[in-house]
Structures are given as C-alpha cells and as structure tokens.
Design a protein. Sequence first.
Length: 271
Amino acid sequence: MSDWPRTLALAGAGKMGGAMLRGWLDGGLAASGVTVAEPHPSGELIALQAERGFALNPMKLAPAEVLVLAVKPQMLSDAAPTLQALAGPDTLAISVIAGKTLDDLAARFPAARAFVRVMPNTPAAVGRGAAAGAANAAVSATQRAWTERLMRAVGVFEWVADEALIDAVTALSGSGPAYVFALVEAMAKAGEAVGLPADLALRLARATVEGAGELLHRESGAPAETLRRNVTSPGGTTAAALGVLQGADGLDALLARAVRAARDRARELSG
C-alpha cells in the first residue's frame, strides 16, 4: 500500500497551505486525487493548478481520505459548515491551525473520527520545516503513516504523546524562526556598533547564521554543543563573547523566559 493517501483535500492554500501542497506534489502525491478549497486563490496557486491539474474549488465537495485544514484561525468558524462536506467517517483530519484543539476540531467536523493537530513552521516553504503533532485515539496506524509522509515531505516531523505539549512546540519551533531572524538583526546592529558599515554588518550576520545552520544540518550526528566547542578556542575571541552570552542573565536564561512566554500565550489562545 502506498504511503500517500489516494485522495486528499486541502482547505486553505495560503502561504503555509500552498507551500505544503507544492511539497506533496513534488514528493509524489498524485494530483488527480487532490482537491483544494481556497476562496481567494493566488496567482501562484492558479499557475500550480494549471501545471499539475488538481481540482481547485470544485462545485461539489466530497469526503477525502485526508483533509488538511490550513485556514486562518479566525476563518474556521465561518468556513467549517462548508468544509464539513470534505470529512466523512473514514477521513483523517489534519489541522495546522494555531490554537484549535482536537476537541474543538471534532466538534466542528462531527462526521469525522480521526484527528491530528500539527504545529508546523514557516521554513516548510523551502522544505526545511520543523513540526510536531498529536493524534486522538481514533487515528489508525495507516493514518499516522499518512501524517508522517505528508509532513516529512516539507521538513522534519515528530509525534508528541500529549496534546498539551503542542503549546510547547509552538513556543519552540513554531515561533522559533522569528528568534533566529531577531538574532541576525541583533548581530548586525552589534557589528555596526563596533564600526562596520550597516549594510556589510547585515550581510555578514545573515551569511553567518545561514552557514552555521547548514553546518548544523550537514553535521547532523554532532550535538550543537560539540560544534560550539569546535569553534571556541580557550582564551580566544569566541570564548570572550560566549562568556557574556552564557552569563547568569545570558542567552540560556533569556531564551528560557522567551519560550515560556510564548508557551503561556499559546495556552491562552487555545482557551
């Protein structure tokens, strides 16, 4: 049996939904079994449909083996009555909608039984996402395999046993790209403060983070701690900088507070 579902419906094909769709099609999902419901299709989505031939906003909606919910959170209430036609008793509903719990989803799609809640992040747009998901008890082994195939087509995917941990995933990897972008901004400003031209400082900061990320990826068997030690000579310049970053109120403590704040906010939004 194929590890791809035969039929898949995608509800919401904005930046995240559209990125996942392209990744699935590039990975081998048959376009003939794909239906996309997107009331405001972008030019990019229309071009992709013309190229691949999946169904875009058909007049009649029917249940699919997998329904991926990627609408904006504030749009779900209005969209759910129409989207219910895509979910039947044998449908796996995978939600990437922030803040919507498994119980909330089950209440909005009463015909379906199997639900997975996934928190992806924006690097999925370039096939380098980091996501984790939680499943309810009705999700079968086959449906778990479909979830893994779909999410790993656009990056890394892990399961968490307790849905409550999705808020922690949101705080770490869901919001995490913004932390990295903020680091680039801070490094560029720091470089400018010690005399570099602003444009040069930004280019160097950006290239440094991009290169370090690629090194981390290629050296996947090496812990980040090992890579850090490899570039930190005792008594050298890097050690001097890390002495500041790792102080009592340094980077570890700051990130711990930041991730905790994001997790707490995710809990509030989830109700």
